[in-house]
Design a protein around this ligand. Structure first.
Ligand SMILES: Cc1ncc(COP(=O)(O)O)c(C=O)c1O
Ligand SMILES: N[C@@H](CCCC[NH3+])C(=O)O
Length: 439
């Protein structure tokens, strides 16, 4: 045999590092076909805890927190991406602040002893009960979303005003929030933002500490953030002239995109970190202001790549048009595929297959024809019932958006670190579901 002929066999005998942009940092494909994440075999994990399951790699999670913490800005993790008590503790340990947007997220953070002063409360429809809980807990900042909300706040309370800057982040319509004609924030162009500022300043028990904007989610366009900075600094200057106050904080929200498939465009954090502070200081100088302290609220960019979903193939159906690989999860653990047309990849885990890869639909178990997790996934043609599939990049907006549609209980969250697995959220059971039913 020639060296060239031997090379593929030799390569196959070595662990293979997986594409770093979509898999956890320490994910390795073993020659046996198993996948090992932070020293934990996914085959063993599936045998021990069952499937489907969300696997969360803690070193990747901590690494992302640290990459953000290295910036010259306050980092408030957006809990809507993924939150449970252990997550709140990890975020606190890593020195981040926390953005919560519901009483449930607030209660989770508080019950994990997350420092209340580092919590920001968001929401376009905060209920009286949520505002009361926030005040009782001593939440650091409330981000005011509307004029009417200002009158419902009680002090003493630090507040930010969420401004709609009229900037398009070029993302999916369902998650575009920087533009006019959507439900969030007080419009800059329409004048509501200016009215909101005057109204907060007229309430001595409220302390206006800054402005907030959130352009949307899964954004790669850094120029959009630069434009938002220009508009918000001009507004800060207007506020300084009209009211004689210099607001010390500027919160640019989150929205930093991640790659779900190899080759997808992702957010360039290094570029953001070099361009945004420069625009901020240039604009402030132009307007004679001292630069405010920046806050960023990444959710997806912190959590997405740390997570993957592990499914078991239940059945493989060959129709006249295509092959359907049906797994034991679907829309209830990943509504993003159907909601936003989000694209994913899948990888066979647990056995090595030499079979030619072919395009096939990975479908869920739910009673909807639209429950297609991955159209035209490239998988070995010998895929069969009982195989395990791993879908990467499901650490953000999967567990947090999971439902019990068709009364399918929700999967557990299994944290892996240094060869150990730990249940962060246990698997929901049919008994859990029945417990809420009062009949
Ligand atoms: C106010 C606010 N901040 C932060 C985020 C986090 O967004 P992402 O997960 O895209 O970073 C969101 C969600 O889009 C949000 O609404
Ligand atoms: N749920 C959306 C993100 C929403 C962002 C919340 N402000 C997604 O999965 O892409």
């Amino acid at each position: 045999m020639t060296l060239a002929e031997l090379l593929p066999t030799y390569r196959r005998s070595l662990p293979e590092k997986l594409p770093a942009e979509i898999w956890p940092d320490a994910a390795v494909a073993m020659p046996s076909g198993d996948l090992v994440v932070s020293g934990v075999s996914l085959t063993e994990l599936a045998d021990r805890f069952g499937t489907p399951g969300y696997v969360l790699d803690l070193p990747t999670l901590r690494g992302q927190c640290r990459a953000y913490r290295a910036l010259d800005a306050e980092i408030a993790y957006a809990g809507k991406a993924f939150l449970c008590r252990r997550m709140a503790r990890l975020i606190a340990e890593e020195g981040l602040s926390l953005d919560v947007c519901s009483g449930g997220e607030l209660a989770t953070a508080l019950s994990a002893d997350f420092p209340a002063e580092r919590i920001l409360l968001h929401g376009n429809a905060k209920t009286d009960a949520e505002l009361r809980s926030a005040a009782q807990a001593g939440v650091g900042r409330v981000v005011v979303d509307s004029l009417a909300e200002i009158d419902r706040l009680s002090g003493p309370q630090d507040v930010l005003i969420r401004v709609t800057p009229g900037v398009d982040g070029h993302t999916h319509r369902a998650v575009a929030t920087g533009v006019e004609d959507q439900k969030f924030g007080a419009s800059l162009a329409g004048g509501q933002a200016a009215v909101a500022v005057a109204r907060v300043l007229a309430r001595p028990e409220l302390r206006l500490v800054g402005l907030h904007c959130h352009l949307g989610s899964q954004i790669t366009d850094i120029a959009a953030y630069e434009e938002a900075v220009r508009r918000l600094v001009a507004f800060l200057a207007e506020i300084a002239v009209r009211h004689g106050v210099a607001l010390p904080q500027l919160n640019l929200g989150g929205g930093h995109a991640v790659a779900y498939c190899p080759g997808d465009a992702a957010f360039d954090l290094r570029c953001f970190a070099s361009r945004i502070p420069r625009v901020l200081s240039d604009e402030c100088r132009k307007h004679g202001l001292l630069p405010p302290r920046l806050t960023l609220e990444p959710g997806r960019a912190i959590a997405a790549r740390a997570g993957l979903t592990l499914y078991r193939v239940v059945t493989v159906k060959h129709s006249s048009t295509r092959t359907y690989v049906a797994v034991d999860g679907g829309f209830s653990d990943n509504p993003r595929a159907e909601l936003y047309g989000a694209r994913y990849t899948a990888r066979l885990v647990g056995r090595f297959s030499n079979a030619q890869k072919r395009a096939m639909h990975v479908v869920g178990r739910h009673c909807e024809a639209g429950d297609v997790l991955i159209p035209d996934a490239q998988l070995p043609s010998d895929i069969r019932a009982g195989d395990l599939l791993a879908v990467p990049c499901t650490g953000a907006y999967h567990h947090s958006m999971a439902s019990t549609y068709n009364l399918v209980p929700r999967p557990p969250v299994l944290a892996v670190d240094d060869g150990e697995a730990e249940i962060w959220v246990r698997r929901e059971t049919e008994t859990d579901l029945l417990r809420r039913d009062t009949a």
